[in-house]
Design a protein around this ligand. Structure first.
Ligand code: ATP
Ligand code: MG
Length: 382
């Protein structure tokens, strides 16, 4: 995906080699060197904690745990991480993905050799990750009040009837989902995740189980705490959630800010939400230019027209023309039902499944389930 950095960890006990690699990577931004681990027996812990995309391991590591063993350990414990074995001509190493060696880099090498092999292995890994069974869907609108939170919650509950779903409260400052669901202030949030050492169990400890059965990763309980959440924390939490859930549905705040961009970058699909409102339409048209500049493919975007029966003088083709793309889904207005359900903190898709609005949301949920199946052929028909 455009703009995505490859996170690199190095397991190297010769300081000169480590600094050589560091120097070669200095002039570029596509590969980010996280750290150098100087001993084989600490490599696996570092990998599970830092979750790099790619690890370079020196085949000639001294000490109890050698290079080949490190590669095998990483492959077994973290199969999604790419491994490059670094060696010298006198000690030839064979590429062998089953034994954890995705590529071999032989000294001496140029900066070009280094970045090429890291990119190759990193890209192969992200293609592999894209094949993971999880679908990450981010609801987005540059204009507030268009229904993102309402739709995110109801979509998550609709999908939760048959799938493992985590809803992420991406309105980091005002935590819309806390308001909607009247979660107690003491309920944990993304801010309770340990920094830089997030593991699966940590996530299980901080997600809130809604009575509807879905899990929710809440935003912090107080506005100023939003600043404590870094984009790194968000990235790490999302990459773990992807491994644990069939669907990760993300509600965002009305902005195209750094935090929201992480939710958008991480998404497999962005559901843009708008209403027949000139400001919402204009906002999305402007965002479309930004998305094109970032390099999001058109297939990453879908559009929901909420309150589609409240046209306010527009018609659908006007909106599509202004957006430069088609509207994929329409959701009717149902002020009474939505307000009552939201005020009670329940999902109308469960309390009134026969209502038109629940059916409309159900259609979006079905389309998402089909999209997920289409991405992984093994799931077809489920
Ligand atoms: N289809 C609908 N029919 C009727 N009312 C709706 C519909 N969708 C949303 N609403 C109402 O619109 C208001 C805004 O909805 P919501 O809070 O979900 O939007 P949002 O985009 O998350 O807003 P914010 O910018 O505050 O995050 C709420 O009062 C909600 O009840
Ligand atoms: Mg909201």
């Amino acid at each position: 995906m455009a703009g995505e950095q490859i996170r690199l960890l190095i397991v190297e006990d010769v300081p000169q080699v480590a600094s050589h690699v560091r120097a070669m990577l200095q002039a570029q931004h596509q590969i980010k060197m996280l750290d150098v681990v100087t001993s084989g027996d600490r490599a696996l812990t570092a990998v599970t904690e830092m979750k790099p995309d790619v690890v370079i391991v020196d085949a000639l590591l001294q000490g109890r745990v050698g290079g080949q063993q490190v590669a095998q350990q990483i492959r077994q414990a973290e199969p999604g991480v790419g491994v490059i074995m670094l060696t010298v001509p006198q000690n030839p190493v064979k590429e062998s993905p089953e034994r954890g060696i995705d590529a071999v880099l032989t000294m001496p090498f140029t900066g070009f050799d280094l970045t090429t092999v890291v990119r190759k292995v990193g890209e192969a890994r992200s293609t592999e990750a894209a094949r993971s069974n999880s679908l990450v869907v981010t609801l987005f609108s540059p204009k507030g009040g268009v229904g993102r939170t309402t739709l995110a919650y109801n979509l998550a509950v609709a999908l939760g009837q048959q799938h493992r779903v985590c809803l992420v409260d991406g309105s980091l400052q005002f935590s819309d989902l806390r308001g909607l669901l009247r979660v107690p202030a003491v309920a944990p949030s993304i801010v309770n995740l340990p920094t830089d050492r997030i593991r699966e169990q940590d996530l299980a400890d901080v997600t809130w189980r809604d009575p509807s059965g879905i899990d929710i990763l809440l935003a912090p309980p107080r506005v100023e705490m939003a600043e404590m959440v870094t984009t790194r924390d968000i990235e790490k939490a999302l990459s773990l959630l992807r491994q644990l859930y069939d669907f990760v549905i993300i509600d965002t705040r009305a902005a195209l800010s750094e935090d929201v961009l992480v939710y958008l970058d991480s998404a497999d699909l962005i559901l843009q939400v708008l209403t027949y409102d000139s400001m919402a339409i204009r906002g999305l048209a402007m965002a479309a230019e930004t998305f094109a500049a970032i390099g999001y493919p058109a297939t990453k975007l879908a559009t929901i027209l909420n309150r589609a029966d409240a046209a306010g003088g527009f018609d659908r083709s006007d909106v599509e023309q202004a957006l430069g793309s088609r509207i994929d889904f329409e959701i009717v207005s149902d002020g009474r039902l939505v307000l009552a359900a939201n005020n009670e903190g329940i999902a109308f898709v469960s309390s009134s499944p026969e209502s038109q609005i629940a059916k409309d949301v159900g259609q979006v949920a079905n389309a998402l389930a089909a999209h997920r199946s289409a991405r992984s052929p093994a799931l077809a028909g489920r």
